[in-house]
Design a protein around this ligand. Structure first.
Ligand code: XBP
Ligand code: MG
Length: 269
């Protein structure tokens, strides 16, 4: 198996821990703007996260928690407009620096870029949210580092369906075996594995630590930085790969190359 050529990153929870203090807060601000007395608490939002996509999450909330709610106009328009308000709040929060990239993200992206690896994104969130997050990073034009950005409604089936990772692979023009994927959630793991991405690293985020990551190659508590090591957690094919971090201290290209090799062992013959 040749060395991998591209890394496909999830965004929410992976590049930045955006759900609790970003998306959730933006939803609540949009509800207030719209004159709704809804408040998504931290635990309630954790439950709602089982459904990916903000519009889909609003519909889930209505079905489970406000079954009698009737908007003045068509439901589709109501959800679309409420979600658009939420996106405006989220973009402003990111521009104001409310949430930064997780430790190790810029280090790993820089190392990958310098090594000539190709970078891609496969996310459920709205494209404008990706632009806002990356635009606030302390590196000019970070968004341009990503050759492919697959985001939001560009696919009809969001995670855990494999569509967004399949789209990223198609646009990269690479087979899954030539890539490594980085995710933070159960739904993301199902999506990446469904696209054939066995070289899959999970970096757990504030809502996902207790989720099921079966099938992922390695589960860690973060990418880490030199001197601020990351740790292997259970849940991936950890027995096979647990020694990897010992050598690297944090998630770097050497570790991802080893993870990739271990995910596609030679078939022999
Ligand atoms: C996680 C999500 C997203 C965001 C909300 O996406 O489920 O839906 O919570 O984004 P990721 P929108 O795959 O990046 O982890 O409100 O823009 O849909
Ligand atoms: Mg995620």
């Amino acid at each position: 198996m040749a060395e991998f050529q591209a890394i496909i990153f999830d965004v929410d929870g992976t590049l930045a821990d955006t759900e609790r203090d970003g998306h959730r807060v933006a939803f609540n601000a949009a509800f207030a703007d719209a004159g709704l007395d809804w408040e998504w608490s931290v635990p309630l939002y954790g439950e709602l996260l089982r459904v990916t996509g903000g519009k889909e999450r609003i519909r889930e909330f209505l079905a489970k928690h406000r079954p009698g709610f009737e908007p003045t106009g068509p439901l589709d328009d109501f959800v679309r407009d409420l979600h658009a308000l939420k996106t405006e709040h989220y973009k402003h929060m990111m521009a104001d620096g409310a949430i930064g990239l997780r430790p190790g993200v810029l280090r790993l992206l820089t190392e990958a870029r310098e090594a000539g690896l190709r970078l891609a994104i496969a996310t459920t969130t709205t494209p404008a949210n990706v632009t806002a997050l990356l635009g606030a990073a302390p590196i000019d034009s970070l968004e341009d580092w990503f050759e492919v950005i697959g985001a939001g409604d560009v696919v009809s089936a969001k995670k855990p369906a494999p569509d967004i990772f399949l789209l990223a692979l198609r646009e990269l023009g690479l087979p899954a075996e030539a890539c490594v994927a980085v995710e933070d959630s159960h739904n993301g793991v199902r999506s990446a594995l469904g696209a054939g991405l066995a070289g899959l690293l999970v970096t757990v985020s504030s809502y996902t630590a207790d989720e099921d990551f079966s099938g992922a190659a390695l589960v860690v508590d973060g990418l880490g930085e030199p001197g601020v090591p990351s740790h292997t957690l259970g849940g991936g094919r950890t027995d096979e790969l647990s020694g990897l971090l010992a050598a690297s201290d944090c998630v770097d290209l050497a570790l991802l190359r080893a993870l990739h090799r271990a995910s596609y062992p030679p078939t022999g013959g």
